[in-house]
Design a binder for this molecule. Structure first.
Ligand code: F0G
Length: 432
C-alpha cells in the first residue's frame, strides 16, 4: 500500500487523503485513515519516536515540541510545513498512592490529559484535524459539543486564522468550557436540545453551509487522539500495561485507542496488547447496554448524568468502538453518578484534579477490580480526560452538599476577621 488514504469503515469505499467529506459518499458510513506501513518498524521506529522527545526550545517551538506530531508516521505523515500546533500533548503519567489505595490497585497510573493547552484531550485530535482543514482549503470550521471539543476547536481555529461555529446544548455545558469557547472567539450557539440533537444539527449545517466538521466523526481527529496511547506506551518504555481504562461518551476516543493499539502491534512497537475498558455513566450507557448483549444491537437512550461531557445517548462512533473492544478483548462497564463524584473527590484531593467525566475512568477501574475483571496486581492506566477547572460548579455542589454530606466533603467556612474566630473554627473542626 502506498501513501495515506481514507476508507469507509462500513463499505470499504476509498477516498483521497485530501477529500474533505467526513462521511462516505456511497453509504454515509464513517471514514478511517489508512497509513502506509512506516519505512522502519519495531525497535527502529521506537528509537525514531524516542529521539524526537526533545526538551522545550523556548519561543516558537510549535509542532517540534508537540506530543502529537512526535508520532508523525502514525498521525499524518504527509503534513509537513503547514501544521497548526499549540503545541499539545506531553502530558504526565502519574502514580499516586492515595489513588492506589482507594481503587485497590497499587499499580494504577493516571494519564492526565487535562494538562493539554485547553484542558482536555481534544487538543490532540484538533491539531491534526485543523491542520487537515487548512490543507483542504476549508473556509469555516464547526462542531457540536458537550463543551470540550468546542473549547478546543475555538482555540485551534483561532491559531489557524479560521472562523469557528460551536453548537452546544443549552444549560448542559460546564462553565469553564463555555467560557473558553466564547473567549477564544468562536461563534457559539446554545441549542434547546441535548448533545445528540446538536450533532444532528451540525451535520445538517455542514452539508448546507459547506462547513468543515470537527467532531470525532472526522477521521483526522481520531489520528491525533491515538497519540494518548502512543505517548503512554512510550512513557512506559514500550512495555504495555495490562489495561487502559477510559471514559466513553460519543466513543471517538475508544475508537482511537483501538486503532492505536492495532497499529502499535502491527508495527512492532509493543509485544502485548493491553485490554481496553470503556466506562460509561450509568445514566448514559447505550454502549454498555450493547456490550451486555454481545453487541447484538445498537442502543439509544435519553441520557442523564452529572458528568456532562459524556451525557450522550446515541454515540456516533459506535461501530468503530465495537471493533476496538472486540480487538483488544476489552470490556464496557458503568458507574453511578455517586461513584463518579466520589472518585473525582479522591482524584482532586490527591492534588491531581479532573472533571467529573474523567473520574469515570478511576471509578470504573475500582468497579472492575471489585467485579473480578481486573486483577489487583495488574498494571492499569486510567485516562483523565479533562481538567478540574472545566467544571467548578460540580466541585462547589459536592463539597457544600449537606443532606447527606458526601464522604470527602471539604466545605469552606465563613468567619469574621479575628484570631478568636479563626481558632474557634479550627478547634471545632478538629473535634468533629
Ligand atoms: N471525557 C471528556 C472530558 C470529554 O469531554 C469527552 C467527550 C469524553 C470524556 C468522552 O470521549 O466522546 O470520545 O467517547 N466530549 C465530547 C465534547 C463529546 O463535545 O467535548 P468520547
Amino acid at each position: 500500500m502506498s501513501g495515506t488514504r481514507q476508507r469507509c469503515a462500513t463499505c470499504g469505499h476509498e477516498l483521497a487523503e485530501t477529500d474533505a467529506q467526513v462521511r462516505c459518499p456511497a453509504c454515509q458510513g464513517l471514514l478511517e485513515i489508512l497509513h502506509a506501513r512506516p519505512a522502519v518498524t519495531g525497535a527502529a521506529l521506537r528509537a525514531r519516536f524516542d529521539g524526537r522527545r526533545v526538551p522545550p526550545r523556548g519561543a516558537g517551538g510549535g509542532a517540534q515540541e508537540s506530543g502529537v506530531w512526535r508520532f508523525l508516521e502514525a498521525v499524518l505523515p504527509t503534513a509537513a510545513s503547514e501544521i497548526v500546533s499549540y503545541p499539545e500533548g506531553n502530558t504526565p503519567l502519574l502514580e499516586r498512592p492515595t489513588l492506589g489505595r482507594w481503587t485497590g490497585l497499587p499499580r494504577l497510573l493516571l494519564k492526565h490529559e487535562g494538562l493539554n493547552p485547553t484542558g482536555s484531550f481534544k487538543d490532540r485530535g484538533m491539531t491534526v484535524a485543523v491542520t487537515q482543514a487548512r490543507r483542504v482549503g476549508a473556509r469555516a470550521l464547526a462542531c457540536a459539543s458537550t463543551g470540550n471539543t468546542g473549547a478546543s476547536l475555538a482555540a485551534y481555529a483561532s491559531l489557524a486564522g479560521l472562523p469557528a461555529l460551536v453548537i452546544v446544548p443549552q444549560g448542559q455545558v460546564a462553565l469553564g468550557k463555555l467560557t473558553q469557547t466564547i473567549a477564544y472567539g468562536a461563534r457559539t450557539l446554545l441549542v434547546r436540545g441535548n448533545f445528540d440533537a446538536c450533532l444532528d444539527l451540525a451535520e445538517q449545517a455542514r452539508e448546507r453551509l459547506e462547513l468543515y466538521l470537527l467532531n470525532s466523526i472526522n477521521p483526522f481527529r481520531i489520528e491525533g487522539q491515538k497519540t494518548i496511547v502512543f505517548e503512554l506506551l512510550q512513557q512506559l518504555d514500550w512495555a504495555a500495561p495490562d489495561w487502559i481504562v477510559l471514559p466513553a461518551g460519543n466513543l471517538g476516543n475508544t475508537a482511537a485507542f483501538g486503532k492505536a493499539l492495532a497499529e502499535a502491534r502491527d508495527w512492532g512497537l509493543i509485544a502485548d496488547t493491553p485490554r481496553l475498558a470503556a466506562v460509561q455513566a450509568a445514566g448514559a450507557a447505550p454502549f454498555a447496554a450493547s456490550f451486555q448483549e454481545g453487541f447484538a444491537r445498537r442502543h439509544r437512550v435519553e441520557p442523564r448524568t452529572v458528568a456532562s461531557a459524556i451525557n450522550i445517548g446515541n454515540p456516533a462512533s459506535y461501530e468503530r468502538a465495537v471493533r476496538a473492544i472486540r480487538e483488544t478483548n476489552g470490556v464496557v462497564t458503568t458507574v453511578t453518578d455517586e461513584e463518579i463524584l466520589e472518585a473525582k473527590a479522591v482524584v482532586d484531593g490527591a492534588g491531581v484534579g479532573c472533571e467529573p467525566a474523567s473520574a469515570a475512568s478511576v471509578a470504573g477501574a475500582r468497579r472492575l477490580l471489585r467485579d473480578g475483571v481486573i486483577g489487583r496486581e495488574q498494571r492499569v492506566v486510567a485516562v483523565l480526560t479533562g481538567h478540574l477547572l472545566k467544571d467548578p460548579e460540580s466541585v462547589t455542589r459536592y463539597h457544600q452538599q449537606t443532606d447527606p454530606r458526601p464522604p470527602h466533603a471539604n466545605p469552606p467556612v465563613e468567619i469574621g476577621p479575628t484570631l478568636g474566630e479563626l481558632e474557634r473554627e479550627l478547634r471545632s473542626r478538629d473535634a468533629r
